[in-house]
Design a protein around this ligand. Structure first.
Ligand code: MN
Length: 193
């Protein structure tokens, strides 16, 4: 199989009480795994099978794009979280203050865009080609990679991401997310060229 689902970067119960073991089990073992399974079936015998996953996301359309982007987006989302969370610091904190006025303003904007995104999708913090940071609410499998922008942080707001633990209460899920953000990963993404 050309594309392999990476292991979760934490134990299945490590994000409690934000996400239960059952919530993560369905999300990682069922939903995320299915995108890899579907993608591998779709690219069999095609040029995409030889490409890095990010290139497939950038170059493809239709069902291959949907499954490749969802495979990539979820791996990125897991890396955006860690038990205990923390706070942004250094260059990242400075960039958030520069472009949003304060870290709190940034969190407020990303929270609002994540909560208000209609239907399924993802809220992203991304850097444009000039290095300016912005919050992008994107539908379904869409990703900043497709818009020439660098993903820094994401939250999955598909219902499957929170329905086991939060039912219809997306705002509670989004609020809880801030307690587990892996800011070191976000800062590493910002520093990457
Ligand atoms: Mn998901």
């Amino acid at each position: 199989m050309p594309f392999q689902q990476p292991p979760l970067p934490f134990a299945m119960d490590a994000l409690k009480p934000f996400l239960s073991k059952e919530q993560l089990h369905y999300h990682y073992d069922k939903h995320h795994a299915a995108y890899f399974k579907n993608l591998n079936a779709l690219v069999e015998g095609k040029p995409e099978a030889e490409m890095p996953l990010t290139e497939v996301v950038i170059q493809s359309a239709g069902p291959i794009f949907n499954n490749a982007a969802q495979a990539w987006n979820h791996s990125f989302y897991w890396d955006c979280m860690k038990p205990g969370g923390g706070a942004p610091k250094g260059d990242l904190a400075a960039a958030l203050k520069r472009d949003f006025g304060s870290v709190e303003n940034f969190k407020k904007e990303m929270t609002e865009k994540a909560v208000k995104l209609f239907g399924s999708g993802w809220a992203w913090l991304a850097a444009d080609p000039n290095g300016n940071l912005e919050v992008l609410p994107l539908g379904n499998a869409d990703t900043p990679l497709k818009h020439g922008k660098k993903p820094l942080l994401t939250i999955d707001v598909w219902e499957h991401a929170y329905y086991v633990d939060y039912h219809n209460e997306r705002p509670k899920y989004v609020e809880g997310f801030w307690n587990v953000v892996n800011w070191d990963f976000v800062e590493k993404n910002l520093a990457a060229t």
